[in-house]
Write a protein that binds this ligand. Structure first.
Ligand code: CA
Length: 234
């Protein structure tokens, strides 16, 4: 599940630049330009991290930060404060309002992205809920269990994440590179053949109780397809 980053920034050009770069990093992004609306949006969307501009119309970023910290259901969300002010006194004021980090404008995009990543490391994982279904395969996201018909299928954590990705968008062809990035993560070096190995394991587990639903798209990747039957690993 993707992390949601909430950007509270009234400067449209900067907000769009942040949105573009955050999405490129693989996050969902919500943007709010008005201070008085931001708090409601934060409570509604429960982002994983908030990038909060200091100077906002109506309510300042510092005030919003204090309000976030006063509300039990959102008080643990990390806040990165953006500001044009570089004074040490302002920094202290920002941090004492409850900000977790403080970035002075102008900042470099890679630096801010690194700060976001750092905060996300300590953010709680998005809560999994509900079930995914594809034909007779059922994935219980809360209990982390997979069933085919009535049969429980034991999967390793990597196979579970692979299947989840496929089941979230049935029919979509996922490239090996995409699966590597999203199942294994950015910073882990694994060869693309590794994907094939885990897909083979996943297939073997699933096919104990029915026909093959994983389609191999030659030279590209994999998709969930109920007519994949008979397709085999190259
Ligand atoms: Ca501003």
């Amino acid at each position: 599940m993707k992390h949601l980053v909430m950007v509270v920034e009234d400067e449209e050009a900067l907000a769009l630049l942040l949105k573009y770069n955050l999405e490129k990093e693989g996050y969902d992004v919500a943007w709010e330009s008005r201070g008085n609306k931001a708090l409601g949006e934060i409570e509604k969307n429960k982002p994983s991290v908030i990038i909060l501009d200091w100077m906002l119309p109506e309510i300042s970023g510092v005030e919003i930060c204090k309000l976030v910290r006063s509300k039990p259901d959102i008080k643990n969300i990390p806040v990165i404060m953006l500001t044009a002010k570089g004074e040490e006194e302002d920094k202290i004021k920002g941090l004492s309002a409850g900000a977790d980090d403080y970035v002075t404008k102008p900042f470099s995009i890679p630096e801010l992205m690194a700060r976001v990543k750092t905060q996300l490391r300590r953010a709680p994982e998005p809560v999994d809920e509900g079930e995914l279904e594809f034909e007779d395969i059922r994935m219980d996201l809360v209990g982390k269990k997979v069933y085919r018909g009535e049969n429980y299928i034991h999967l390793g954590p990597t196979e579970f994440r692979l299947l989840r990705m496929l089941m979230e968008t049935p029919g979509k062809v996922f490239s090996r590179e995409y699966l590597l990035k999203n199942v294994w993560g950015d910073n882990i070096y694994v060869e693309s053949r590794t994907v094939d190995v885990h897909i083979r394991r996943l297939r073997k587990s699933l096919n104990q109780f029915g026909s093959d639903y994983i389609r191999t798209v030659r030279a590209t990747g994999y998709a969930l397809d109920k007519n994949a039957g008979g397709d085999v690993d190259e």
